[in-house]
Design a protein around this ligand. Structure first.
Ligand code: ADP
Ligand code: UDP
Length: 237
């Protein structure tokens, strides 16, 4: 597959056209940002880890019945994916209180929920990705009611799979963000990435944070944390 022009450069990835109008190449960078781009840095080796981890997890999710954009890993930083029109919603699933949930509702980090929650943010950098509800998403024509139902169904299926998978690796899945897109025929598939940039992952025994919170909160050992979760995942696939 020939790589053509760069279509987009985001905060963590670049996106390239290919010979095939229905396929794209995503290239994972080591750049890290937080707080809507206010904090910037580099996490050495992150791009390689996020590419490999996302691809391994998406392949497993396909087998578990969740359609994804994944096609083929091309090299350690680049992957061929199905081109989608991204539904501009960040879909956040939570099993345990942390981050913005804890702040917004005044709940200690670490409080375990009886059942998982789902929420949506409007994916819009200028507005700072504001939290929205399903009625707002419909009013803004971001997705149809049927698409939102499909997205919620897949988001909880992803949670069921990932929670069990990470538990086998000695890692607790706290929360994560997903993005979905539409293929040319309108089919909804899971897109973007699943990585320590987009998930909160805590060591099941010690509670140590093994994700991007180490970068966001200046906890140190960022590269080591990414390498550790990747190592645990590799030992379990
Ligand atoms: P951001 O845009 O938030 O800075 P990234 O740096 O990760 O994020 O850039 C990757 C971009 O590619 C994101 O905007 C994401 O929504 C988009 N994207 C992810 N998967 C696909 C896909 N299969 N087809 C089209 N766009 C995609
Ligand atoms: N998340 C993400 N991208 C975003 C916002 C959140 O990947 O733009 C992930 C984040 O890594 C965490 C989950 O979504 O795993 C929930 O994040 P939260 O709403 O608590 O926001 P934060 O504390 O990161 O501001």
């Amino acid at each position: 597959m020939t790589k053509r022009e760069q279509l987009y450069e985001g905060k963590a990835k670049k996106v390239f056209a290919t010979d095939d109008p229905e396929l794209l190449i995503v290239s994972y960078k080591d750049d890290a940002t937080a707080f809507n781009g206010l904090k910037k840095g580099t996490i050495a080796g992150k791009g390689v880890i996020n590419n490999e981890m996302s691809n391994l997890l998406m392949q497993r999710l396909e087998k578990a019945g969740v359609p994804t954009h994944y096609v083929e890993e091309l090299n350690e930083r680049e992957t061929l994916v199905k081109k989608v029109s991204i539904v501009p919603l960040e879909v956040i699933v939570r099993n345990i209180a942390a981050g913005s949930f804890s702040k917004r509702y005044g709940v200690d980090e670490g409080v375990v929920f009886d059942s998982p929650t789902v929420e949506f943010s409007y994916k819009n950098d200028e507005l700072g990705d504001p939290l929205i509800n399903e009625y707002h998403a419909l009013a803004l024509k971001l997705a149809t009611a049927e698409e939102i139902d499909t997205i919620k169904k897949y988001a909880f299926a992803v949670n069921d799979f990932l929670k069990a998978f990470w538990a086998e690796c000695g890692v607790t899945l706290v929360d994560f963000k997903l993005e979905f897109g539409r293929l040319a025929d309108g089919t909804i598939v899971l897109a973007d990435e699943i990585s320590p940039d987009t998930c909160r992952l805590w060591d099941s025994k010690t509670g140590e944070k093994l994700d991007k919170d180490r970068f966001r909160r200046d906890l140190g050992g960022v590269e080591d944390a990414y390498a550790e979760v990747m190592k645990r995942l590799s030992e379990h696939v």
